[in-house]
Design a protein around this ligand. Structure first.
Ligand code: IPM
Ligand code: MG
Length: 367
C-alpha cells in the first residue's frame, strides 16, 4: 500500500511526522513516500504543486496531507500561492466528497467554547462537496463593470454553479453515510436567494426519494450556522456545497473543543482519498513543538478505514487516541486545569505507547 506523504507548510511537517510515527508501528506493509507541497514546494521548485508531487499523489493508494499556507505568500500571484496546491489536488484527483466529522470526546467537553451540556456526546458528520461551486466556477476575474451599481468602475466576480450530476453524486454519498449512522440528512442551502441552491435542494429531494429509510430535511445556511451553536446535537449528517461547507465545518470544529482534534477525508468516486487535519498550517505556532497532532493521527486512521481497507488498524489508532486523552495528556489547545500539558512530539509518542501497550495486552490475553 503506497502512501504519498505531503507535509506542506507551518505545523504541517510537525504533525505529519507524528502520524507517520504512528503508522510505522502498525505492522502493515505500508510504503511511505514524501514530497513537498504548498509554500515548501514553491521554495524548492517555484510551484506549490510540482508535477512530481501531483504524479506521486496520482500513483499512490492514498495521500496523507499536512497543511499549506503562510502569510508571507499572500502577495504572490494566485496560481503560485500555497492554497493552490490543495485546490489543485482536489481538482486533479476528483476528490469531490469531503467528510468532516465533529466528535466531542468526553474528556474534552469542557474545552469547548459552548456549555458542556450542549456538546457532550456530540457526533455530527459534515459532508462538503469539494470540487464545484464558487470555488471552481468559471468565469471569474476582474474587469470593468458594464452594469450594476457602478458601471465603468473596476469590479471582481466569481461564478457559483452546480450541475445535476455533481449534486446527485454528493447526495448519494450523504444518504449512504447516513445509513451507517443516525439515518438523518440535513441539506444546507440558500434556496431562498440563490438559483444554484434552489437547484441543489430540488436534486437533494429527488435523490432522497431513493432512500426512504433516511430522513431528509433542509436548512438555510444562515439558520444552520445558528443551529450549530444553539443545538448542535440536532444534526446527524449535514450535506452542503463547497463554500458553505468550508465555513460551517470550521464552526462545527470548534464545538468539539479544538480544531486540532478534527480529521478529514476527501474521496473520489472509487474511495481513493486525501486525508488531512481540518485545521490549517498555523504559521504563528509553527516550529514551537506545541501543535496538536491528533487531528492528523486521526486522519491517518480514516485513511486506513476508507482507502486501505484496514478497519482494525484504524480502530486501534482511535482507541489509542482515546487512551491518551483518558490519561490526561493535552496539547495547549485542549489543555485545562488538572490535565498534563504536553508538546507535539510527546503526544505522538504517547499514542505510539498506547498502541504498543494494547498490542502487548492482546498478545498476553491470547497467551
Ligand atoms: C479547508 C481550507 C481550504 C478551503 C483552503 C486552504 C483553500 O480552508 O480545507 O477548509 O478553503 O477549502
Ligand atoms: Mg476551511
Amino acid at each position: 500500500m503506497k502512501i504519498a506523504v505531503l507535509p506542506g507548510d507551518g505545523i504541517g511537517t510537525e504533525i505529519v511526522a507524528e502520524a507517520v510515527k504512528v503508522l510505522k508501528v502498525l505492522d502493515l506493509p505500508l510504503e511511505l513516500e514524501h514530497a513537498p507541497v504548498g509554500g515548501a514546494a514553491y521554495e524548492a521548485s517555484g510551484h506549490p504543486l510540482p508535477d512530481s508531487t501531483l504524479q506521486l499523489a496520482k500513483d499512490a493508494d492514498a495521500i496523507l496531507f499536512g497543511a499549506v499556507g503562510d502569510w508571507k505568500y499572500d502577495k504572490l500571484d494566485r496560481p503560485l500561492r500555497p492554497e493552490q496546491a490543495i485546490l489543485g489536488l482536489r481538482k486533479h484527483l476528483g476528490l469531490f466528497a469531503n467528510f468532516r466529522p465533529a466528535i466531542c470526546y468526553p474528556e474534552l467537553t469542557h474545552a469547548s467554547s459552548l456549555k458542556p451540556e450542549l456538546v457532550a456526546g456530540l457526533d455530527i458528520l459534515i459532508i462538503r462537496e469539494l470540487t464545484g461551486d464558487i470555488y471552481f466556477g468559471q468565469p471569474r476575474g476582474r474587469r470593468t463593470a458594464v452594469d450594476g451599481h457602478f458601471p465603468g468602475s473596476e469590479e471582481a466576480f466569481d461564478t457559483m454553479r452546480y450541475s445535476r450530476p455533481e449534486i446527485e453524486r454528493i447526495a448519494h454519498v450523504a444518504f449512504q453515510a447516513a445509513r451507517k449512522r443516525g439515518r438523518r440528512v440535513t441539506s444546507v442551502d440558500k434556496a431562498n436567494v440563490l438559483e444554484t441552491f434552489q437547484f441543489w435542494k430540488d436534486v437533494m429531494i429527488e435523490v432522497g426519494a431513493e432512500y426512504p429509510d433516511v430522513e431528509l430535511d433542509h436548512m438555510y445556511v444562515d439558520n444552520a450556522a445558528m443551529q450549530l451553536v444553539k443545538a448542535p446535537k440536532r444534526f446527524d449528517v449535514m450535506v452542503t456545497g463547497n463554500m458553505f461547507g468550508d465555513i460551517l465545518s470550521d464552526a462545527a470544529a470548534m464545538l468539539t473543543g479544538s480544531i486540532g482534534m478534527l480529521p478529514s477525508a476527501s474521496l473520489d468516486k472509487n474511495n481513493k482519498g486525501l486525508y488531512e487535519p481540518s485545521h490549517g498550517s498555523a504559521p504563528d505556532i509553527a516550529g514551537k513543538g506545541i501543535a496538536n497532532p491528533l487531528a492528523t493521527i486521526l486522519s491517518a486512521a480514516m485513511m486506513l478505514k476508507f482507502s486501505l481497507n484496514q478497519p482494525v488498524a484504524a480502530a486501534r489508532i482511535e482507541s489509542a487516541v482515546a487512551a491518551v486523552l483518558a490519561q490526561g495528556l493535552r496539547t495547549p489547545d485542549i489543555w485545562s486545569e488538572g490535565t498534563q500539558k504536553v508538546g507535539t512530539r510527546e503526544m505522538g509518542d504517547a499514542v505510539v505507547s498506547a498502541l504498543n501497550a494494547a498490542t502487548t495486552m492482546t498478545k498476553t490475553i491470547k497467551g
